[in-house]
Design a protein around this ligand. Sequence first.
Ligand code: AMP
Length: 362
Amino acid sequence: MKIGVLGSGQLGRMLALSAYPLGHQMFFLASSEEKPSSLLGNTFIHNGNQEIIEDFTNNFDVITYESENTDISIVKEISQKTMVYPSAKSLYITQHRGREKSLFDKLNIPCAPYHMVNNLSELKIAVEKIGLPAILKTATDGYDGKGQFVIQSNSQLDQAWKSMSGAESILEGFVNFSRELSLVAVRGLDNSHEYYPLVENSHHNGILRLTVAPAKNISPKLQQQAEFYMRSLLDEMNHVGVLTIELFQTENKLVVNEMAPRVHNSGHWTIEGARTSQFENHIRAITETPLGDTTFTHKYSAMINIIGEHGPIEKALTLKNAHLHLYNKTERKGRKLGHITITDNTLDDLNNSLETLSDFMP
Ligand code: AMP
């Protein structure tokens, strides 16, 4: 099939790397030529020109996107002629934190208490309702912890609201979690579902640095609980493709933070760590082919992000159970340049590998 991707970053690149063995052709809609995916398929440069969108719409069998910040008007327009998966409904909900949270409420999925905020006086009302500490976040366009302000005291309200630059925002109660988890799953058009195990994520300055799969000490009950939440979200949105939910664990409970209608950084370990990667499963889902097995190739996996500078990548190349993935990006502070996947059969081996690669961790 001819698959069009709205976007051309590393997620599009890795989708292409898993689509070619299945016989598909990939095309990208990008804002400039120099993007991680540009060598992996014809790239249409979108400079606001309507004809480019029409060209893109008319030439492919199915369209997908790699970010929840994708322009929904383009998705709606394309959907009139060509199938887009996940659909505009999934995109509409997941690109706005308030809409996401109302869906969690509707489906009885636990999440932090929240209140929408459009100005300083609404922020004051929200703080009275929710209490402090709390986090103020922009309702849209936030990623990697950007557009967020942790409010500890009432004296910070002015400063917090100013930092939102007037954007519609959401105040969330601060969750005292013990760790951060995520669940990646995929749903096919025929309503088939596959789930990867819960994984544990460590962040630094709001950016994911390390994922360990599976997360340690997860009871079958907790995994089932996460899958139950995931399934209700997938079905409610009639979602086709991969969906990721990010969760906080508090003692033995799960609190859902947010979701993404796409393959996710915390699922990159699946490239070598699972029988079918999240990328391949997304491609399988949107091309209406059977989903692949999500079980482990090894007992343990980990994924280390390479951020800002490439660092001693020979270490990853010489470690026998490690795989290096670079995204063809230039170095820049805080930028995701690539990742390393590690697969091992014992925890000791996994920990030794992580120690060898500790230069990549903050
Ligand atoms: P987000 O952009 O929502 O993923 O938030 C970025 C990071 O901020 C998360 O990975 C958490 O570490 C932290 N965070 C976000 N929301 C909350 C919350 N309600 N309570 C505590 N920490 C949070």
